[in-house]
Design a protein around this ligand. Structure first.
Ligand code: ADP
Length: 482
């Protein structure tokens, strides 16, 4: 089976969030099961060396305002197809935002071009490699089915994957021509979305099947509270929608071998985690003699993540004798709030603003618990890293968080199956109660350690989900032949 992935980020090359981890990991798992997967990515500066060393497989004299080439390269075990279009992608800074923090003004062209070239490869292949199926990810790849349809529809089936429906790629309708799309694409059955062009909407309307990253999010997306305007479309297509839980790359995230940690450890040598905890305390300015658990947060600081609630719950956290180490960046008010909190609760709250991959490993490798208070969470990855590192997830009961963490209620404790704490009311009070409950659980160190060991044994790899993707892809390809 030959599969073309089209996506805007891929770890370890370029990452702003969970999407990158998934695109970096799934092709490898599918490859291990015999599939041939190629991942098409924009040619950002982070991919310059792969572009220089790669092989040009096709060229464009004018791709939305400049010359472009498609370059094949293999790195970190991933077969890449890189869209080298300097006028669109060769720029410093954030891959989606300009220096003022606004979307790049030509994002429609940048990701329209990615989709357009994705559709070309889907239909014509490269050399003797022609995909049997395209898996297009999020709005940035949302126009792939539209370009295939416009070219006559003679392409392989397309599965669209929703990683976060909050990002939809909406653009003014007058840009349709710039994207090389004809007016008959601008209909409610295709790209039109409340008078604008909807990249994700168009993808969801025109693709063959839809997946998202957890079963609970798949159900939530069909409701007005979570569907963000697309719930009607998703309900209408509900038999085509499936939720396949994300896994994590257990080679990259392995406390036994993680060389970014001062001290590696296993479920049988939990005491060794102490050295990592000490390092966190030193780096975050936390005192050494706290009585409660050390919570961490590793997150984009946005409304979605509910960290405004945690800010309000800090007096409770500190009052319980617990500590917090937060690593994140994003919303300026939240950044300022956590920086101020670190001053106010000196020694109990530590804040580092920024994006730091190895520090995120240290936090997982040394904290007692990881707090995730998201208002919605398609899957979430940090709770999965938390399970693997024995850093117990304390999570809102939503999306993939609900699917991956077993709450330490009385029944679950008696049945020996709890792996963390869940809270249903995503409010300041809900967060406070979850913190108090976690602190109470932490007082019983023997049972806490049992829970930690159980969490570390919880399956978080890609095995089951890779099988689920393969089954789905196989059935879509078969259906398409009929
Ligand atoms: P989302 O994709 O919504 O941001 P996920 O939990 O799915 O949330 O994935 C977030 C990914 O980004 C995880 O791999 C997490 O470790 C990482 N991450 C988030 N913020 C930071 C940060 N400030 N520094 C390092 N890694 C971060």
């Amino acid at each position: 089976m030959k599969i073309l992935f089209v996506a805007s980020e891929c770890a370890p090359f370029v990452k702003t969030g969970g999407l990158a981890d998934v695109i970096g990991a799934v092709p490898k798992s599918l490859g291990a099961r015999g599939a041939s997967v190629r991942v098409m990515l924009p040619g950002y500066p982070a991919l310059a060396s792969q572009i220089a060393d790669g092989t040009v497989v096709s060229t464009y004299d004018d791709l939305f305002g400049g010359a472009a080439r498609l370059v094949a390269a293999t790195d970190h075990g991933i077969d890449l197809l890189i869209l080298d279009a300097p006028h669109l992608f060769d720029r410093a800074g954030n891959i989606y935002l300009d220096e003022t923090g606004s979307d790049w003004a030509d994002n429609h062209l940048r990701f329209g071009a990615l989709s357009r070239v994705g559709a070309d490869v889907a239909m014509n292949g490269i050399g003797d490699w022609t995909p049997d199926l395209v898996n297009a990810h999020d709005w940035q790849a949302g126009l792939v089915p539209a370009y295939i349809k416009q070219a006559g529809g003679n392409g392989p089936p397309v599965v669209m994957t929703i990683h976060n429906i909050a990002f939809q790629g909406l653009f003014d309708s007058y840009l349709l021509g710039d994207l090389g799309l004809s007016a008959d694409m601008f209909t409610p059955e295709a790209l039109e979305y409340y008078g604008r062009i909807g990249f994700l909407k168009g993808g969801l309307a025109l693709c063959d099947k839809i997946t998202t990253v957890s079963p609970t999010y798949a159900r939530e997306l069909m409701t007005a509270d979570y569907g963000m305007g697309l719930e009607g479309l998703l309900r209408a297509r509900q038999t085509d929608v499936s939720g396949i839980l994300n896994g994590i790359d257990i080679d990259v995230w392995n406390p036994e071998t993680d060389d970014t940690l001062p001290q590696t450890y296993t479920a049988r040598s939990l005491k060794r985690k102490t050295k990592n905890r000490d390092e966190i305390r030193a780096r975050f300015g936390l005192s050494e003699n706290a009585t409660g658990p050390l919570f961490c947060v590793i997150s984009r600081l946005t409304e979605q993540k509910g960290l405004d609630l945690l800010l309000e719950a800090l007096p409770t956290l500190v009052g319980q004798g617990a500590q917090l180490a937060l690593l994140g960046s994003g919303n300026a008010d939240l950044e300022d709030g956590f920086v101020a909190a670190a001053k106010q609760y000196k020694g109990a709250v530590g804040t580092i603003i920024g994006y730091d991959e190895s520090l995120s490993h240290l936090l997982q490798g040394g904290s007692d618990a990881i707090l995730i208070s998201s208002r919605f969470e398609p899957c979430g990855l940090t709770q999965l890293y938390g399970l693997r590192y024995g850093t117990l997830p304390v999570v809102a009961n939503t999306g993939g968080l609900a699917d991956t963490v077993i709450d330490a209620n009385e029944a679950a404790i008696l049945a020996d199956c709890a792996t963390g704490v869940q809270f249903t009311s995503v409010t300041t009070q809900g967060v406070e109660q979850a913190i108090i409950r976690t602190c109470d659980l932490f007082k019983d160190q023997k049972n806490w350690a049992k829970m930690v060991r159980r969490a570390m044994g919880h399956p978080v790899d890609w095995d089951r989900s890779a099988e689920a993707y393969l089954m789905l892809f196989t059935s879509v390809i078969e259906d398409n032949k009929r």
